[in-house]
Design a protein around this ligand. Structure first.
Ligand SMILES: Cc1cc2nc3c(=O)[nH]c(=O)nc-3n(C[C@H](O)[C@H](O)[C@H](O)COP(=O)(O)OP(=O)(O)OC[C@H]3O[C@@H](n4cnc5c(N)ncnc54)[C@H](O)[C@@H]3O)c2cc1C
Length: 375
């Protein structure tokens, strides 16, 4: 489906809401606003690429159902995720989603998921322009004026509200005085590959080691993601980026090593690196602007809550934008308060989970986290 709709005019029609970033958070905000408002959604990437971040937790079922998306989501044939197994703080433990009131979660084909969300936003009436570079967004008397570079040409567009959905870049919010408070230095070193044997029981696998922790999950079409998480300044962060090092280190792990061998896993992508630290944007909203998803709150992948947060805050910011457009002066303050509540709950859970692993108290990765648990 062609989602690129460029125009030769220098000035684009006014929008009620301009959304910067068409990832999960931006598309959810767009599709919830588009029935009532003129929504312009822009992204610097023409077509979503596959990337890490594929575990969709069971609670997303309710959000998708509330937005009238769940039945169609199921037709996308992502792999069900029935729980996880972990070597975390001691011997193997299993957490089964059978006991979860929302049932199973999913391991997504991430590119397929994001492309589908973009299509839904367009179907519901949003205009999507991608690829677009956002050169500038400045305040005007009636809202905002953005300068967009589309196909090498510069265009301007006025809007009343801006939603910053640009992920960890938070391109708009940072430029307009908000600060991203980074809470650690976590990075993810990861790769894709294929399993030769179809052994998957639909569970994610996590294994802690002295230098950090590992994650692996089977994706649709017998694909597998393998990832290692550590702090960017620790020696393992450099060592495991070298060719072949990630798979070599993984195959020596007591539990993940045999699992990968049994699955016949072979790496078929280059090693990739992603920022994975926790961060909070302060403030997460102001007069006629709102930050959503990772732009507002970036979560440690251990939580597996980043996508839920993107969907939830995308919806919450759509509601807040609706209030702002109707002249409700409390819209930003209330949205900020909601972000604050989410950040507190997240911090509490993360401390709890890192506090469960105490086997390497002297290792810098774990010492830093224990200090935060007791701090
Ligand atoms: C290693 C790792 C593993 C993860 N695993 C999981 C997991 O298993 N489960 C889970 O729920 N979450 C996971 N996450 C988190 C999850 O991927 C994010 O929380 C989620 O992608 C946030 O969605 P978003 O829409 O806010 O931001 P993004 O997905 O980052 O989307 C931002 C969009 O903005 C666009 N953009 C950026 N800058 C600009 C610009 N200047 N102009 C225009 N467009 C721009 C980008 O192209 C992109 O499309 C993981 C994250 C990491 C780093």
């Amino acid at each position: 489906m062609a989602l690129i709709a460029t125009t030769s005019a220098r000035s684009l029609p006014r929008a009620d809401v301009l959304i910067l970033g068409a990832g999960p958070a931006g598309t959810i905000a767009a599709l919830n606003l588009a029935a009532q408002y003129r929504v312009l959604l822009v992204d610097r990437v023409a077509v979503p690429a596959n990337r890490i971040g594929e575990s969709l937790p069971p609670a997303c079922r309710r959000l998708l159902a509330d937005m009238g998306l769940f039945e169609e989501f199921l037709e996308q044939a992502h792999s069900p995720c029935y729980g996880n197994r972990a070597i975390w703080g001691g011997p193997l433990t299993e957490h089964d989603f059978l006991s979860d009131p929302d049932g199973n979660g999913w391991h997504l084909d991430r590119a397929r998921f994001e492309s589908w969300l973009r299509c839904k936003a367009v179907e519901r009436g949003a205009a999507l322009i991608a690829p677009t570079d956002v050169a500038d967004v400045a305040a005007t008397e009636s809202g905002w004026r953005a300068v967009l570079v589309i196909g090498g040409q510069t265009h301007s567009v006025d809007s009343t509200v801006v939603i910053d959905a640009s992920g960890r870049n938070a391109v708009f919010a940072k430029k307009h005085g908000a600060r991203r408070q980074r809470q650690d230095r976590l990075i993810s070193i990861w790769c894709y590959g294929a399993d030769q044997a179809a052994l998957s029981d639909g569970r994610s696998f996590i294994e802690a080691c002295a230098e950090g922790w590992w994650y692996s999950a089977v994706l649709p079409e017998q694909r597998r993601v393998l990832a290692f998480h550590t702090d960017s300044d620790l020696p393992a962060a450099k060592a495991l980026r070298q060719p072949g090092a990630l798979l070599r280190a993984a195959s020596q792990l007591p539990a993940l090593g045999p699992l990968l061998a049994e699955a016949g896993f072979s790496q078929d992508s280059a090693i990739k690196l992603a920022a994975a630290h926790s961060a909070v944007l302060n403030p997460g909203a102001g007069i006629n602007w709102f930050a959503v998803g990772d732009a507002a709150l970036s979560f440690d992948p251990l939580s597996a809550q980043g996508l839920f947060n993107a969907l939830y805050t995308g919806l919450a910011a759509a509601e807040a934008s609706d209030r702002a457009l109707r002249g409700d002066a409390r819209a930003s303050a209330d949205y900020n308060a909601e972000l604050h509540r989410i950040a507190q709950a997240y911090r509490h859970h993360l401390r709890y989970w890192y506090g469960q692993e105490r086997r390497w108290p002297e290792a810098p990765f774990w010492r830093r986290r224990q200090e935060r648990v007791s701090g």
